[in-house]
Design a protein around this ligand. Structure first.
Ligand code: APR
Length: 307
């Protein structure tokens, strides 16, 4: 069973995509009375219409997640227009620490994915509070950042995003580090296919993507995160050994330790199967170090009980 904690916009979008893919039965948990039950009923009707054979239920009781092999955490406050992900830090750390206790109690063998922002710091809190091996704690976001890079590059190249391998490293936030030289189409780097001006435009659009959506419609993105979560959960459920950009707790990779950063990694039935270290040049190493510094500042700003 897949448990999704937080039946808000991201949680229910993830559930919808997972239902369409028939990945497994889904349980939605939320603290708001009746909300997860209502969302589950609506999604169950959609599953019935689409002819999908999975069960979707809602609950306000964490006990119901017992035995889940995958727990997706989308609980927490989202960004409001004009608000940065960083401002969410204190508010959401408390929620993540509480949820970690429930996961330890009811789903101690699960693989945990989370979207709560600020993502890197919240993944750090989750990892520390769970005490699970790092293979089973995965921060979602890189798939989204990379997907956005592929989208904007695709519009300039007139080549399908599916043919682009996009690389974004570091922090999920304004300090994210897109790497155009290592983002390729059939092995050709974007830097050889586009002008420096076009690449700079793509970089800016990618970094601003979340903010752009929030400003246009008044609330932060949910379909992109929902789709990203669904493909990651699919890779785990089907043991696909598929590579993604996602956030992991690093133990020396790229020269960083005791920090969570977006890196290329491979997902399969046991969670993170390996982390891939890319051959960065000196300038890229510097860019990643600056991005990591922004994450480190957030982790340093966490109250001691969350580390
Ligand atoms: N346990 C369960 N659910 C909780 C808890 C908790 N301790 N705390 C909050 N929630 C629920 C809220 O009741 C709400 O239904 O989490 C849900 C969050 O949903 P939305 O407000 O719609 O937020 P959403 O857009 O889904 O974003 C969730 O993901 O991408 C990030 O920045 C985003 O941190 C935010 C998170």
């Amino acid at each position: 069973m897949i448990t999704i904690i937080g039946a808000g916009k991201v949680g229910t979008s993830a559930a919808a995509f997972m239902m369409v893919k028939e990945l497994d039965d889904i349980l939605l948990i939320d603290i708001i009375p009746n909300k997860p039950q209502g969302e589950a009923l609506d999604l169950s009707h959609a599953a019935s219409i689409l002819g999908k054979s999975i069960t979707i239920t809602g609950s306000n009781d964490y006990k119901d997640m017992a035995g889940s092999d995958i727990v997706v955490v989308t609980a927490g406050f989202p960004r409001k227009p004009g608000m940065t992900r960083e401002q969410l830090l204190g508010k959401n750390a408390g929620i993540i620490a509480d949820i970690a206790e429930k996961i330890k109690e009811y789903a101690p063998n699960s693989i945990v994915l989370l979207t709560t922002n600020p993502l890197d710091a919240m993944t750090y809190v989750m990892y520390k509070k769970l005490g699970f091996p790092r293979e089973r704690v995965i921060g979602f976001s890189g798939v989204l950042d990379a997907g956005r890079l592929a989208y904007y590059a695709s519009r300039k190249l007139k080549i399908s995003p599916a043919s682009i391998v996009p690389i974004v490293l570091g922090m999920h936030g304004q300090a994210m580090f897109p790497v155009p030289r290592l983002s390729t189409v059939m092995g050709a780097p974007l830097t050889s296919l586009l002008s420096p001006e076009e690449i700079e435009e793509i970089r800016k659009e990618t970094v601003a993507a979340g903010k752009t959506i929030t400003e246009l419609r008044g609330y932060s993105s949910n379909y992109g995160p929902g789709a990203g979560l669904a493909v990651m959960v699919e890779a785990i459920k089907k043991n696909q050994h598929k590579a993604f950009i996602a956030s992991a707790y690093l133990k020396g990779e790229y020269g960083f330790s005791d920090i969570v950063l977006e890196v290329p990694l491979v997902l399969g039935a046991s969670g993170i199967e390996r982390i891939i270290e890319l051959p960065l040049n000196e300038e890229e190493k510097k860019g990643l170090a600056e991005s990591a510094e922004a994450v480190k500042k957030l982790i340093d700003a966490l109250p001691p009980e969350y580390k």
